[in-house]
Design a protein around this ligand. Structure first.
Ligand SMILES: [Zn+2]
Length: 44
């Protein structure tokens, strides 16, 4: 495993667009039930 990026994909590649919670599974936010957005896609 190479760790050159501070971002760790293994810990929550999804982010709740409502509360910012980062579960590791897709679907609904376990915290508030909001929609999850995949944040594993690198932004430029
Ligand atoms: Zn949420």
């Amino acid at each position: 495993m190479v760790r050159t990026d501070p971002y760790t994909p293994s810990e929550g590649i999804y982010e709740c667009i409502d509360c910012g919670h980062r579960p590791s599974e897709s679907g609904r936010c376990p915290s508030c039930g909001g929609e999850l957005k995949n944040i594993s896609v690198p932004r430029e």
